[in-house]
Design a binder for this molecule. Structure first.
Ligand code: NAP
Ligand code: GFB
Length: 319
């Protein structure tokens, strides 16, 4: 019989943490002998080493899924690059070093496809993380996240620790941050469109709508992260994304939101605002080698489910 596994999920109250929780507790993903603990910042501020040590001491995990981070959309990054850098450097170092000190056998941390070099060839793959500076808009977050990959390699080289990371593209779903100023594009546009419909006003998309993104539904990602924890044995990271041909323009994704929410008003584009990265097309070839049959929820369907969730949970959603 496999040794019992006690999994600590940092960032367990966020978009991705809630998705992992759903997969494990509601879809029957929890195996016999497993214990899962989902943390929020109320359990421990992971920028603080003493609080990090105390929470590890309390739960004594054998495995960690490390999702906690200072997270936000393009415009929050542009305003707070320093905070993204410092908070995430502290959180990641505290979690990885405490995991090492307390004998955690596996850590799966979370990078992001926005950390890849800005000037690059496409598609981007896992070998290219450190090949040049990231896009200027989120250089703080990107450098902090890149260091997780460096630390994972160093923990393996020096101590034989099998700590790894996943690299999701743009994620969305239930429990996302729907704040209009700070959120990511789909959640912010869902909230804006929902409000515009209620108030009978036009809705404004930031930028030109031309940039391309590969959107992943959070529950699909939750399933993949649980698989990585159990089965993926490499130290080097793995991109978790839909196929390259499923990349869409922001403008097209907005069309799906408009349809999902039944919005009949005018959609405007404010081209005075930054477009951020025009594209960051990532290859999921490595994922496909391991999981050739994994099915991602079609974007239109996932947008419909997220809009329905937002409308049904408007009063408690993060807005
Ligand atoms: P999220 O919804 O904003 O959740 C962030 C989580 O981190 C929350 O549980 C939050 O706790 C926790 N947290 C933040 N600061 C903390 C601190 N100082 N101490 C302890 N916990 C803290 O973010 P998400 O979208 O789920 O992101 C999860 C991971 O995926 C992150 O590592 C992010 O970089 C990565 N990622 C996200 C995307 C995306 O498009 N969303 C794409 C690629 C990668 P509270 O709820 O208590 O605040
Ligand atoms: O999700 P997002 O903020 O981040 O998307 P990134 C930004 C893109 O969506 C830009 C357009 O092209 C924006 O012009 N957009 C249109 C909007 N309307 C809106 C809106 O109302 N709000 C927002 N936020 N964007 C992120 C990183 O980059 O990549 C994150 O900043 C994260 O940290 C994510 O890692 C995966 O895709 O540009």
């Amino acid at each position: 019989m496999a040794a019992p596994m006690r999994v600590l999920v940092t960032g367990g109250s966020g978009l991705l943490g809630k998705a992992v929780e759903h997969v494990v507790l509601k879809e029957g993903g929890k195996l016999e002998g497993e214990e899962w603990v989902f943390l929020s910042s109320k359990d421990a501020d992971l920028t603080d080493l003493d609080q990090t040590k105390a929470v590890f001491e309390r739960y004594r995990p054998t495995h960690v899924i490390h999702l906690a981070a200072k997270v936000g959309g393009l415009y929050l990054h542009m305003r707070e690059n320093l905070h993204f850098l410092r908070d995430n450097l502290k959180i990641n170092d505290n979690v990885l070093e405490t995991a090492h000190q307390t004998g955690v056998t596996k850590v799966v941390s979370c990078l992001s496809s926005c950390i890849f070099p800005d000037k690059t060839t496409y598609p981007i793959d896992e070998t290219m993380i450190h090949n040049g500076p990231p896009h200027d808009s989120n250089f703080g977050y990107s450098h902090a996240k890149r260091m997780i990959d460096v630390q994972n390699r160093a923990y393996f080289a020096q101590y034989g620790r099998r700590y790894t990371a996943v690299i999701p593209t743009n994620v969305f779903g239930p429990y996302d941050n729907f704040n209009i100023e700070n959120g990511h594009v789909l959640s912010a546009l869902m909230n804006k469109t929902y409000k515009a419909k209620k108030e009978g006003t036009p809705v404004t998309v930031c930028g030109s709508g031309a940039p391309m993104r590969q959107f992943v539904y959070s529950l699909d990602l939750g399933r993949l992260i649980v698989w990585v924890l159990r089965e993926y044995d490499e130290i080097s990271p793995i991109i978790l994304s839909v196929n390259e041909e499923d990349e869409v323009r922001i403008r097209d994704a907005m069309g799906m939101i408009v349809e999902a929410l039944g919005f009949e008003g005018e959609v405007r584009y404010d081209t005075s605002l930054s477009d951020g990265q025009i594209k960051k097309t990532a290859s999921n070839a490595k994922l496909r080698r391991y999981r050739p049959d994994f099915t991602f929820t079609p974007l239109r369907e996932a947008i419909q489910m997220t809009c329905d969730w937002f409308a049904a949970n408007y009063d408690s959603a993060r807005t």
